[in-house]
Design a protein around this ligand. Structure first.
Ligand code: HEC
Length: 150
């Protein structure tokens, strides 16, 4: 009886792992080429990391793991993205208009773009040759997700 239960529990765990893997691959396939698009430059993400540390980390965690505010990478972001089919544009508009919670829309536009670049970098999106602009981030239809390993 106990063995039977343990075996069924093991099967259930394996199934949910498979479902998660499937969901992750589905999210990746939803981007235009099936691999993460390059939306920002390395320098921009580095600038964003500093801004994040001074204006966001106190509520979202030094490592984006969450705190008073939700996690901005990993399984939490993944669940949110799956549930809402959230795009980079939706996500960016929220953070640029509502954040920081204690002073919404208070940063210069280029700083919001840099912070978005940093968040993308921490979720597995690669750097590329073109900087992310505020306008491009606002309009982006790229599905926001966390790529495996991030
Ligand atoms: C004073 C605390 C605080 C600060 C500072 C702060 N946030 Fe938040 N943030 C929150 C809380 C609380 C929520 C959840 C609010 C909600 O769902 O309406 C949130 C939600 C978010 C969300 C939506 C995430 C989701 O899962 O729905 C994003 C994106 C975000 N914040 C980004 C940022 C960024 C980027 C900064 C820095 C510019 C920042 N936040 C600064 C507290 C904060």
């Amino acid at each position: 009886m106990a063995d039977d239960f343990a075996r069924r529990a093991a099967v259930a765990t394996a199934c949910s792992a498979a479902l998660i893997a499937y969901a992750l691959s589905g999210a990746a396939a939803a981007t235009s080429h099936g691999s993460p698009p390059a939306l920002y430059t390395k320098a921009q993400a580095a600038a964003g990391a500093k801004l994040y540390a001074s204006t966001c980390a106190q509520c979202h965690g030094a490592n984006l793991e969450g705190g008073v505010g939700p996690a901005l990478r990993g399984p939490n972001l993944q669940r949110l993205a799956q549930k809402t089919k959230l795009t980079v544009g939706d996500f960016f508009q929220f953070l640029a208009l509502q954040m920081p919670l204690n002073a919404p829309a208070s940063l210069p536009k280029d700083q919001y773009a840099s912070i978005m670049a940093y968040i993308l970098s921490r979720n597995g999106y690669p750097a590329g040759p073109k900087p992310l602009t505020y306008d491009a981030a606002t309009k982006s239809n790229v599905i926001i997700t966390t790529y495996p390993g991030h």
